[in-house]
Design a protein around this ligand. Sequence first.
Ligand code: SIN
Length: 298
Amino acid sequence: MTLTERSRPSVDLDVRPLSGTIGAEIAGVDLSVELDDDTVAAIRRVWLERRVVFFRSQHLTTEQHERFASRFGELTPGHPVLGGVEGHPSVFEIDYSASREVYAHYGDVATRSAGLDWHTDVTFVERPPSASILNAVVIPPSGGDTMWSDQVAALAALSPSLQGYLATLTAVHDGRAAFGAQLARRDGGGEWEGEVLSSLEPVRHPVVRVHPETGERALFVNPGFTSHVEGLHPDESAMLLSFLYTHSVRPEFVVRHHWTPGDIAFWDNRVTQHSVVGDYGDARRVIQRVSLRGERPH
Ligand code: SIN
């Protein structure tokens, strides 16, 4: 569905699309103040259509970041295992250089303090977040961009036969390799959906997900957390996932954001993957993330 097919927003935003199908910069909106309903609705429409939207140099305080996010949904805990920052349980601080141990399962990537490879946030729970909003706090002098990939476009580019087959499949998502050790060490367990999380049981999600608001279909597997496809031989599952991972981040599906301090990125976690570019050496990079409660994928 395109913006023109949806009802026209009553607020005209200054929107600059950044690639073929994904990403848009929205200018002329001050996110530090309470947004009116029409502006929220207009941002939401652009966000649904472009998957990820960027607002330059907003320099939001933690409270303003939370307030902006809460205009679009219910805030989740910062992270189901790693929690939030002191006094702000919904704000997850991402500083790969300060958290080498946390990201150690990513091997070389973490030891270079680089960041995470392609993934969709928290798909190892029954109801992964619908959206996340990043606030750029400390940005390296060069490097450390973030890329997002459009999983609706990726699915649509496959042959109808393969799309049909993928729609019959279910994949298992498993957060234990990534966060099992941290959860075991966390006193009292983690928290998600108002419940204490004492273990990370693998969960099942469809390989093709239907967007609950737009009805669009998207690929919904990611190398961060998908362990295998059910019902296939392990070799078949590995081959299929390897193909999908390569396909799903082809350049034509990707937008890349070059951060400046204070930037905000707001993405639809139901139809995207994202990845940090690990080219900033030992420079410091601190980003805060707030996520919105999501639905069970179907
Ligand atoms: C994330 O993976 O949610 C954060 C991406 C980033 O640090 O740019």
